[in-house]
Write a protein that binds this ligand. Structure first.
Ligand code: PRP
Ligand code: URA
Length: 208
């Protein structure tokens, strides 16, 4: 069964402290989201497949490897946008499929309002991006949509998760590996991650 990987790198932990700080303004918050996301990208894509390729170095011809998988980055709007932009810089071969989901404040259930997936995705691996895995409803819904569209392999990358969300995601989609920057204590009574960072969309886009 695929693992839940929580990053332990000191640079990620250092940047998370600034990300969580309520005095960190949106420009710095966005920069931190990007930097942490680039740090998570390598773990989240560690099972990508490679194909052999012949390369002529200044000294000789040698056998190297290139990516063989076609990759889709799937940001969950709004908050996944900052993660997607950063990862696309490092992985320009990827295509980006936007999924618009918001969490109904009363029920905490995800509501889909935008879906830019092609009818038949020609991708080998899709990485769902959402900074916050709270109840897990949004991530589960995004992965449901990708599976229904026939995506062969799927991963999830997030910044901060609650144990409740990780469990729900693992129960619903045990085949999907999860990469996180932090696993927090619990959800509060209104479905926010504690200690968390507040509302990731509002803090990125200054809409609080
Ligand atoms: C936030 C977050 C996730 C969702 C997580 O989005 O970015 O998509 O909540 O909660 P869940 O695990 O309980 O589903 P939100 O609904 O606030 O939308 P926004 O990004 O547009 O602000
Ligand atoms: N969405 C957020 O942006 N933050 C939380 O803590 C939970 C859901």
């Amino acid at each position: 069964m695929p693992t839940v990987h929580v990053a332990s790198h000191p640079l990620i932990r250092h940047k998370l402290a600034r990300l969580r700080d309520k005095t960190t303004p949106p420009p710095e918050f966005r920069k931190l989201v990007a930097e942490i996301s680039r740090g998570l990208l390598f773990e989240a894509t560690k099972d990508l497949r490679l194909a052999q390729v012949s390369v002529q170095t200044p000294l000789m011809e040698t056998t190297c490897e290139r990516l063989a998988d076609r990759i889709g980055l799937v940001p969950v709007l709004r908050a996944g946008l900052g993660m997607a932009e950063a990862m696309l810089d490092a992985l320009p071969e990827a295509t980006v499929w936007h999924l618009g989901l918001y969490r109904d404040h009363a029920t905490l259930k995800p509501v889909t309002y935008y879906n830019k997936l092609p009818a038949k995705p020609d991708m080998d691996f899709a990485l769902v991006l959402d900074p916050m895995l709270a109840t897990g409803g949004s991530a589960i819904a995004a992965i449901d949509i990708l599976k229904k569209a026939g995506t062969p392999r799927i991963g999830f990358a997030g910044l901060i998760a609650a144990p409740e969300g990780v469990k729900a995601l693992r129960d619903a989609h045990p085949d999907v590996p999860v990469t996180l920057a932090a696993l927090d204590s619990h959800l509060n009574e209104i479905g926010y991650i504690v200690p968390g960072l507040g509302d990731a969309g509002d803090r990125q886009f200054g809409t609080a």
